[in-house]
Unconditional design. Sequence first.
Length: 462
Amino acid sequence: MVSEGDASAPVAAAEGRKPRHKGKHDKPKPWDDDPNIDHWKIEEFDPSWNEGGMLEVTSFSTLFPQYRGKSPHPTHPSALSWFLPRSAIDWFCLVVKKYLQEAWPIVKGALKEFGVACELNLVVEGSMTVSTTRKTKDPYIIIKANELIKLLSRSVPAPQEIKILNGEMSCAIIKIGSIIRNKERFVKRRERLLGPNLSTLRAIEILTGCYILVQGNTAAAMGYWKGLKQVVRVVEDCIKNVKHPVYHIKELLIKRELAKNPALAHESWDKFLPKFKKKNVKQKKPLTKEKKQYTPFPPPQQPSKIDLELESGEYFMSDKKKSAKEWQEKLEKQSQKAEENKRKREAAFVHPNEDIATPYESAKSIINNGEIADMAKSLKKKAKEFRKNEEQENGSAHVQEQEAVERCMHVSAIDQENSVRRGDDILIFVMIPTVISYDACQVPGTDEDSAVISDDTLRIRD
């Protein structure tokens, strides 16, 4: 956006007068456009700039977090007394007391170099206090000391936290406990940030150049501002389930390789970075309404209930006839419903359609195959052989008996074919090598040329 003074500058220069600035101090400085000056560089403090020291005392105090226990003094019970016995609370507070007493000499020695006093109170309040003295030269060192005791309360090791006193080092304490309500889901996402054997956390530390410690409901990070900005983004995206830390690690790796190329210093890196999209998230379908065809005329009026009654003639019927008609329609619906239910019940008892061959169809298939014809030929052949044998043995005395047998066989074959066509049982005659007398044959229905053998037949059913 161009200000009024900047817009009037070319006009004033053309008229030969000085450009007018709206603000009192809004004037170009000679060092604004100097390429040899780095405006973002933080210069180290020189004690000669403040030889007189601090006139007023500035102090900051930090209490111990609840999850680490408070003072073991009996007049100040611990916050863990709701779910731990008194003996466990005392033991836990003693461990915390021992940890602070071991780390406090290192902290006290580091702050003494900058003229800052520190006090550890484990009896009354259970707090850590830092304050300025007459020997303090740097006015901003008290802010650094406040950050130091905050990191100490987050269990950051003392050799690591004293690095915050350097001018270029900064810290960020990210509160991740209030981002999500579900405790189980929060623990799961916090483990996702750490990774197996802290591998994910170590990869983020190497790529950002920051020290990260995740404990409880907070995540403490130490480093330069550029790296801290990346760490905050990675941690918040992981807890909010926006993006997995592995995807952030891939982006940071690509950015580190692109930063080595000076030709890409003033270009956008978006085309080189991967774009990850969630595949399992269901997106809402856009609500699209079909646009109706425009007509200048209003839609036709729908018939009312009275119009429908006038059309059917029901409007002029009496109340008695109307009730009778309604009752009749109700009975018709009931009868239709009853028939439908009956049909459904009877459908369960219907025999399924199966391909079962009847005796007639099976006999017909046998005839078509020519098995009966072959059987008749074989029987005739056996009869001729038997006749020749009998003629040779008995001579011409038994010629009449053999002729009677042949006639019986002929009649039986005819009856058998007729019975097969009717679907009756099939009778197959087997000749027995014995002499059958003519008197043993009985002809049903006739006096001659037919006989039925009762004992020498084999009945075969389909």
